[in-house]
Design a protein around this ligand. Structure first.
Ligand code: T4K
Length: 371
């Protein structure tokens, strides 16, 4: 039988027969969206899972990011990282906010707190850091800076489902924390997302904003958007959540296998989450260094030839894209770490159903170049 291509990620799905009763319930009730029963159940279950009091579900992570900025009435400038998926910065442009790019820390690959203060201007209203690959940002130092300058912090926690840092869920940090439940994520509802928020009043504002701004049948309090999660997504989320422990454990096993197999390969650096992190192994990033016998893009192409679709998350940098590169903060001279990491990064395949012998095959190909 021909081998199946190996992609960088692949969604976890429950056995179909286990989802049928959920579908029957939806069909029976004919309640399909707009704050239905599964929506309520999933909000509650995720609050319990994260140990938070308030969370609002969304149709996807990008609309959640856009709405998070609206929730806190952010305008002017927002400090953010160029080393992320485009949705992070796009959410700023959709709100007419100017992104101000600041370089990343070479170990964490997240916004470097040492460089934030120099980027603050009278127009700065917030910081939008990203827990890239589920590696926690330096949340303490970022909060200190925000407190000193009176800035809000909105975390893009799209990669951070299930990550714990210093004993608590990472999504508890910041004024708001935004998750993605896209098919490629650790926890998926096909498409989906959420905002974690601190109090009932903020949650109410978010709920209005994600439903066109409706406060009641006749009152529209703001030009809100349609960001609602539907009942199909929420029901799937309930079933997925019951399996998340096993999925995270399988990822951890594969991560260990990669680390053991690649530890001695010359020119391959294996980044890891900072001390104090219980990681989710959402991605398996490696850095292809100058002493590796081929360049990153050659290794990428070599793997593709073998039907192994590793990805260059995140290359190119957001700040190099046409809609951002004219910004003063996008000057590559100010972003040397992000630039260098984006030129060396390669994310190898990792997902719960990835067979261990396929991990060994990937390791073998990566190692063979140095043989
Ligand atoms: N912030 C950050 C930091 C993010 O990374 C993202 C999304 C967001 C915000 C926005 O959240 P959402 O609005 O998406 O909820 C993918 C995802 O589309 C995107 O959600 C994700 N980040 C980004 C890192 O990766 P692509 O363009 O690389 O996806 P794609 O379609 O090439 O998929 C990657 C591989 O996954 C495929 O080669 C095969 C596999 N796959 C994919 C899908 C969609 C499957 O096996 N099944 C599938 O259904 O962006």
């Amino acid at each position: 039988m021909p081998r199946k291509p190996i992609t960088v990620t692949q969604p976890s799905l429950p056995p179909l027969e286990e989802f049928i009763p959920y579908l029957e319930e939806i069909w029976e009730s004919k309640w399909l969206t707009n704050n239905g029963p599964f929506h309520g159940q999933l909000e509650k279950a995720l609050c319990d899972y994260f140990g938070v009091e308030h969370l609002a579900l969304f149709a996807n992570g990008t609309v959640a990011l856009i709405t998070a900025l609206q929730t806190l009435r952010i305008s002017g400038e927002v400090i953010t990282t160029p080393y992320s998926f485009v949705a992070t910065s796009h959410s700023l442009l959709w709100n007419n906010i100017q992104p101000v790019f600041v370089d990343i820390d070479p170990q964490r690959m997240t916004l470097d707190p040492a460089r934030i203060e120099a980027a603050i201007t009278p127009r700065t209203m917030a910081i939008m850091p990203v827990h890239c690959y589920g590696y926690p940002c330096d949340v303490e130092r970022i909060q200190q800076i925000a407190d000193t300058y009176g800035l809000k912090v909105i975390y893009d926690a799209a990669h951070a489902f299930g990550v714990r840092y210093k004993g608590e869920s990472l999504v508890r940090h910041g004024d708001l924390s935004v998750l993605s439940f896209h098919a490629t994520k650790v926890f998926n509802t096909f498409e989906g997302g959420a905002i974690v928020c601190p109090d009932a009043k903020t949650k109410q504002r978010i709920d209005f904003l994600k439903n066109f701004g409706f406060a009641d049948e006749v009152t529209v309090m703001a030009p809100g958007i349609n960001g609602k999660m539907n009942e199909f997504q929420a029901a799937l989320g309930m079933l997925q959540l019951s399996k998340i422990g096993q999925a995270l454990e399988k990822r951890a096993v594969l991560d260990r296998r990669y680390r053991e197999g690649l530890a001695q390969v010359r020119g391959i650096t294996l980044p890891q989450a900072p001390a104090g992190t219980t990681h989710n192994h959402a991605y398996f990033p490696v850095l292809v260094e100058p002493d590796y016998p081929m360049r990153r893009d050659e290794l990428y192409a070599r793997l593709r030839k073998e039907d192994i679709f590793a990805r260059r998350y995140f290359y190119p940098l957001i700040s190099d894209l046409p809609m951002y590169r004219g910004l003063p903060s996008a000057n590559p001279a100010h972003l040397p770490v992000a630039k260098s990491v984006s030129e060396r990064i390669l994310c190898l395949p990792i997902y719960p159903d990835l067979p261990p012998d396929e991990v060994d095959r990937v390791i073998g190909i990566v190692a063979s170049a140095t043989a």
